[in-house]
Design a protein around this ligand. Structure first.
Ligand code: HXC
Length: 515
């Protein structure tokens, strides 16, 4: 037995060594951790168990059958994060460049199989040269395996990707198919469908790796990345923080946590945070911090489509997904990106039983040829679809402007909002005062000898009628007009009432959200 154990230790030692000392040194010199170092930091100490540890490529081409590497470029298994089970696959760039071949894909599939059986999240740590060239079409088939698993798991268990290295070509699509993508800033981290060299040949465009596919680009321009972080350690911490808001699967409630905040406290600064003059902008996050437990708000897509703010928080210990307009950016108007961002977030929350809270201050959808040509109709429809489709508790608070289609898109009664409140500063109408008056009184304005005076007078009349919450409240379209300081109380009370909400839909294969 001693001999056998010694042999086993020798083999397993090789597996633990990844690509060996030189490759690990090179990895560290790039500022990157190894696959196993990342896993050690991700899980609670001593909780990681590995699967398919000793798997090796079965390919014989290009001398692959002579390879000493166990694990086939990826470490797979499960462990505990804050005491809850989670699965991981962590690509090992030191071993055959972390490239994906047939066995590598089977290991990821194994992780998904177990994670789906037991209902636990999967965290994919990506650091790979992409499809393993030596394994030809089999490696492309392997990507198919991964993509299929991503899609089958979507809406069943949360999936988080950490971009901790390169991703080129089709390798970018698994991260894109998962729920949240965390990407590290820096030269060693990038993702693009086509790299700078081919871009130069095909388009004559000269662009650096980072300008084409670095974290800054994906977090602020493309919207591919949900969380941009400064280090791998921060990426792992962000994944853990994110998981603290999520249920392990779609059959569970999100985790309650006693945050220590006073449940029914008043929101002291609410009135001073939101200017009553609708022309004045402010950062909606200041209001969110004041309302939620301990001011803790995990913002998703912080750097992209900033006119829409979305993220997770707790109210009286219960997790909520917040969708809010931010007038500090583009006056809080809804454009294509804002709608895409909100719709995806709403659908995630709905899939995982997370109640939605809308905080409304928007002048409407963004007008103009740029938005119309790029399909604001198609994209704007996503928000309507997502809110109408969602069966989780839905609470809306209109704090200021709520105009036109954007009023509907932020979740109103007829679309399925359960309870809707308005502050006294709310303005709810089809369109803003000046635009409305110019349409309704066009002829009068054209023929008036004093059009400016007429315009002013008519705007004043319109504002008196519509630029308040009472017209809508009289119609029963608003459940109550509340004092700003009571915002937390009413949200808490509504969510508590809605705790056992059940709403059913017609059976169908799936809906057809406008894409
Ligand atoms: C096989 C690969 C490889 C690949 C890297 N390696 N990519 N082996 N297939 N795709 C190997 C290298 O030969 C090297 O082996 C080791 O991994 C480390 O790579 P280096 O080049 O030394 O590292 P670095 O200088 O950091 O450059 C990393 C890199 C570069 C930028 C990722 O390796 C690269 O451009 N690789 C090719 C990327 C690519 O074209 N992938 C296919 C994309 S298409 P040794 O033995 O020296 O350690 C794709 C299709 C997916 O992925 C389809 C899904 C639909």
């Amino acid at each position: 037995m001693d001999k056998l154990i010694e042999e086993m230790r020798n083999i397993k030692g090789k597996a633990m060594a990844g690509g060996g000392e030189d490759k690990i040194k090179a990895q560290h010199e790039k500022g990157k951790m190894t696959a196993r170092e990342r896993i050690a930091l991700l899980f609670d100490e001593g909780t990681f168990s590995e699967v398919m540890t000793l798997a090796k490529t079965q390919s014989t081409e290009f001398g692959l059958d002579k390879t000493e590497y166990y694990g086939d470029g990826v470490v797979t298994g499960w462990g505990k994060i804050d005491g809850r089970t989670a699965f991981v696959y962590s690509q090992d760039f030191t071993s055959i460049g972390g490239t994906l071949g047939e066995m590598h894909a089977s290991k990821i599939a194994k992780v998904y199989e177990l994670a789906l059986k037991v209902g636990a999240p999967v965290i994919g740590i990506n650091d790979s040269g992409g499809a393993r060239i030596q394994e030809g079409a089999a490696s492309l088939e392997g990507y198919g395996v991964v993509f299929k698993n991503n899609v089958m798991a979507s809406g069943v268990i949360p999936q988080i990707t950490i971009m901790a290295g390169p991703a080129a070509g089709g390798a970018v699509y698994s991260p894109a198919l998962t729920d949240f993508l965390i990407m590290v800033k820096g030269e060693s981290y990038y993702m693009f469908v086509t790299g700078p060299e081919i871009t130069k040949v095909v388009l004559g465009e000269d662009v650096s790796m980072q300008d084409l596919g670095g974290a800054v680009v994906h977090a602020s321009k493309s919207g591919v990345v949900h969380f941009m972080v400064d280090s791998e350690q921060e990426a792992l911490n962000t994944a853990k923080r994110l998981l603290s808001y999520l249920p392990s699967n779609n059959m569970e409630e999100p985790p309650f946590m006693d945050t220590g905040d006073t449940n029914d406290r008043e929101v002291k600064d609410a009135e001073s945070i939101v200017p009553t003059d609708p022309a004045k902008t402010f950062d909606i996050r200041d209001l969110l911090y004041a309302v939620v437990d301990n001011g803790e708000f995990l913002e998703v897509h912080k750097h992209w489509a900033q006119n829409m703010t979305v993220g997770f928080a707790r109210v009286a210990g219960n997790v909520v997904g917040i969708v809010a307009n931010n007038s500090a950016y583009a006056s809080g108007a809804i454009d294509i990106d804002a709608s895409d961002k909100a719709a995806r977030f709403i659908r995630f929350c709905d899939a995982f039983n997370i109640p939605l809270v809308s905080i409304v201050d928007t002048p409407g959808y963004v007008p103009g040829t740029d938005q119309e040509y790029r399909g604001i109709i198609r994209h704007g429809a996503k928000m309507l679809y997502a809110f109408a489709e969602a069966t989780v508790p839905k609470v809306t608070v209109v704090v200021r402007r709520s105009y036109g289609g954007a009023h509907i898109a932020m979740s109103i009664k007829s679309l399925g909002a359960d309870v809707i409140y308005a502050w006294p500063s709310a303005e709810i109408a089809v369109t803003g005062p000046e635009g409305a008056v110019r349409i309704l009184y066009r002829k009068e304005l054209q023929s008036a000898s004093n059009p400016d005076d007429v315009l002013k007078q008519r705007i004043a009349e319109y504002k008196k009628l519509f630029a308040n919450p009472y017209w809508a409240a009289k119609k029963g379209l608003i459940d109550d007009v509340i004092e700003p300081k009571d915002t937390r109380k009413v949200i808490m009370s509504a969510l508590s009432m809605l705790k056992n909400k059940r709403e059913y839909r017609y059976p169908k294969k799936h809906g057809n959200i406008p894409l």
